[in-house]
Design a protein around this ligand. Structure first.
Ligand code: ADP
Ligand code: MG
Length: 719
């Protein structure tokens, strides 16, 4: 076998003697593991300063920190007698026994940072405690005190200074040239330093931070002490992030289990998160993750957050997330090297899941407010479209009118999704696989298996025109063809669904080429169902009701909720009797032409099924049956068929959700709305592409062009 052969030239050399590495070399190697670059040294120093209770921290940098990195704090200072030990490995004021190790809550905890730094750079410390009369200055190399100037003793020297500590690191990696050459440009190292500082400044909003280049008068980064994290984020990351910020807290203490609130419980945890909503779309994820106040990395948390946002942000854009988790220090894996930024902790998965769920819920709740943003933008068309239907309950529309107007809503428009999504005036949403507004909102729908499922996943079965010899039907079909508006039909056929504006007013935004249209989807759907009824006249599939409900009960139900029955001069029961009789008398006709089967005993057995993939909302069935009485012109053939099909279409069209249910906070109701929205988008709009031959009258009120993208682009470019 090949592996058995060895060419003589590859014969291994004889054993080499083992030599002990020089201790300073060992330390230097170890130091390199901890201090990778100026920013990692700064992180350790910042943590020390914060541990020391500082409220003000000033950093000065030269040459990306490679030449000089100085940090001045106003913390508790270091006692003079501790200075000789300061830079020795494994010396710390924070840990004395092994059990301490597991209880430690401060940042670094192994006494390695300063020691490591002293092995790769020149380290000088000036420090003063409150009780000391003067400050003390000490210099270190390779873990031990050295004279600060030739001819002096290595002992700390008294000097003038304020309370607190100033640590100066010079010539980083002077003795490890390979490490030095591995560093990038000083501007990149400086950027990393600023990044670390900015993150700590957000997490420690009450502490004031400043960072400047040596010799420069004005600091590049400067934060006053802020009231809270969100204010610090605004200061440091800017308005564009701050204005889209959401906040949650989560903890191991669940509502139903209050006795978990035990400070000694090693599994107790709490989390605090500030994160952007879908209006903010950054290029790269900005994740500020602090565990027990230590800036760390966790791939699992990052992945989980990314997947939470994957259903909300378009591909290629990322959120800003600041997440602080506090755990019992005993549950953090202390075997991980103190500066290794990747951490693991007890119950990691469960905790991450809880936090992600909380974030997701908050984001989903937020979608509500985005809905209103559109309304304001598109107010011009709403009133018209919504009031189109005389037969719809006008009160719904009236009551909702204007409740979203006002300065707050107006202001939001500029940040609206529409503008954000349109990056160039010539970008056109044409693919059905494109993300829609709704697909960015996580929806649990029984019908829906995958939120990213493209719309095309629903395959509509072909519907053939029935053969029918009635002159009346032929005439109705001819009239329908005559009304077709070709451009509008083309818009519907080729549209891309953008998003639902308002379910209660049946308003949806679609795009065709470079134009955005607001459409009344109920009106469009109604027209489509009318055409489907006409197309299949006399040959409908049947929708079976099992057990069959009683016609009388249904009609009575509808009549009883009707408000203005008194005007007819009849009692409700009389009205019900009359409607039931009208329908019972025409049972055969209804059965033969419309597949509406009513049994001899008056039970409704089947309904015509106009679109196999869609079941009408059966809440509307009582109203449909009731309306058949007065609304259908039973006497003339053509009008009877025509008006019956109109009523049928109205029954099939998605009902505007009532004001009550639209405002309902109750979960069931919200679920219902989400699934209704899903059906409208994925079944109705899809079917409209295929079946709607749009009549011209829809242009009157139900389709309004709200924006042309090139114009929008110009507007937002100016913002
Ligand atoms: P650790 O932080 O893990 O204890 P370090 O090497 O970072 O180890 O620091 C060693 C010790 O020096 C700390 O335990 C602390 O007592 C002291 N120290 C370091 N920096 C400061 C500072 N800025 N203010 C007060 N004490 C400090
Ligand atoms: Mg430390």
């Amino acid at each position: 076998m090949a592996s058995g052969h060895r060419s003589p030239s590859l014969e291994p050399p004889g054993p080499q003697p083992i030599r002990r590495l020089h201790e300073s070399l060992i330390n230097r190697i170890a130091a390199g593991e901890i201090i990778h670059r100026p920013a990692s040294a700064l992180k350790e120093l910042l943590e020390n300063s914060l541990d020391a209770g500082s409220t003000s921290i000033q950093v000065t940098v030269k040459d990306g920190g490679m030449k000089l990195l100085q940090i001045q704090d106003n913390g508790c200072g270091i006692r003079k007698e501790d200075l000789p030990l300061l830079a020795e490995r494994f010396t710390t004021s924070k840990l004395t026994t092994f059990s301490d190790l597991s209880k430690l809550t401060t940042y670094g905890f192994r006494g390695e940072a300063l020691a490591s730094i002293s092995h790769v750079a020149h380290l000088t410390v000036i420090t003063k405690t409150k009780s000391s009369n003067c400050a003390w200055k000490a210099a270190y190399v390779d873990g031990g005190l050295v004279p600060s100037k030739a001819g002096y003793t290595p002992d700390p020297k008294p000097c003038a200074g304020n309370n607190g500590t100033t640590i100066t690191i010079e010539d980083m990696f002077y003795n490890t040239p390979t490490r030095l050459s591995a560093l990038r440009s000083s501007s990149e190292e400086y950027a990393r330093i600023l990044d670390v500082m900015t993150k700590y400044a957000v997490h420690n909003s009450k502490v004031s931070f400043s960072c400047k280049k040596a010799g420069s008068l004005s600091p590049e980064l400067s934060t006053p002490s802020c009231s809270d994290a969100s204010q610090a984020i605004r200061q440091l990351y800017g308005h564009s992030i701050a204005k889209e910020l959401l906040h949650i807290t989560a903890s191991s203490v669940s509502d139903d289990n209050t006795d978990m609130d035990d400070p000694e419980d090693p599994e107790a945890w709490s989390a605090d998160a500030y994160f952007t909503n879908a209006n903010y779309q950054g290029k790269k994820i900005a994740l500020l993750l602090f565990i027990n106040h230590r800036l760390v990395e966790s791939h699992r948390i990052k992945r989980s957050i990314e997947s939470t946002y994957s259903g909300i942000l378009p591909k290629g854009s990322s959120p800003f997330v600041y997440l602080s988790i506090n755990l019992d220090p005993r549950s953090v894996d202390v075997n991980v090297h103190p500066t290794k930024r990747e951490v693991h902790f007890l119950n990691e998965e469960a905790i991450i899941e809880r936090i992600s769920d909380a974030i997701q819920q908050r984001l989903a709740g937020q979608s509500q407010s985005r809905v209103f943003e559109y309304q304001t933008l598109l107010t011009g068309g709403i009133a018209q479209s919504a009031s189109r239907k005389g037969k719809e309950k006008a009160s719904n529309v009236d009551e909702l009118e204007g409740d979203d107007e006002g300065p707050e809503a107006d202001r939001r428009v500029s940040g609206s999704q529409v503008a954000k999504k349109v990056l160039s005036q010539h970008k056109v949403r044409t693919s059905l696989q494109d993300r829609t507004l709704d697909s960015m909102i996580p929806v649990a729908d029984p019908l829906r298996t995958n939120s990213d499922e493209p719309v095309t996943a629903i395959r509509l079965r072909d519907i053939k025109q029935s053969t029918c010899h009635f002159a009346s039907i032929t005439e109705l079909r001819r009239l329908a063809t005559k009304r077709i508006h070709h451009d509008l039909t083309e818009i519907i056929k080729k549209h891309t669904f953008v998003g639902m504006i308002d379910l209660s007013r049946c308003l949806t935004l679609i795009q065709h080429n470079k134009n955005l249209y607001m459409v009344n989807h109920a009106a469009l759907a109604e027209e489509m169902f009318y055409q489907l009824a006409l197309l299949q006249f006399g040959d409908y599939n049947r929708l079976k009701l099992d057990p069959p409900p009683s016609l009388r009960t249904l009609v009575k139900f509808a009549v009883d909720v009707e408000e203005d029955t008194a005007r007819s001069g009849m009692s409700n029961d009389e009205i019900v009797d009359r409607i039931v009789k009208t329908l019972m008398d025409r049972r055969e006709m209804l059965h033969e032409y419309f597949s509406l089967d009513i049994s001899e005993t008056g039970d409704v057995k089947t309904l015509p099924h106009l679109l196999r993939e869609y079941t009408p909302n059966l809440d509307k069935l009582p109203m449909f049956l009731m309306r058949l009485g007065p609304q259908v012109l039973w006497e003339s053939e053509q009008e009877c068929f025509g008006s019956f099909m109109r009523e049928l279409a109205y029954f099939y069209s998605p009902a505007p959700l009532s004001v009550v249910s639209a405002a309902a906070s109750d979960e069931d109701e919200q679920e219902k709305q989400k699934s209704e929205a899903w059906r409208i988008q994925n079944i109705l709009f899809h079917a409209m592409r295929k079946y709607l031959a749009a009549p011209k009258f829809l242009l009157d009120n139900d389709v309004v062009q709200v924006a042309s993208l090139p114009d929008l682009y110009r507007v937002f470019e100016r913002c």
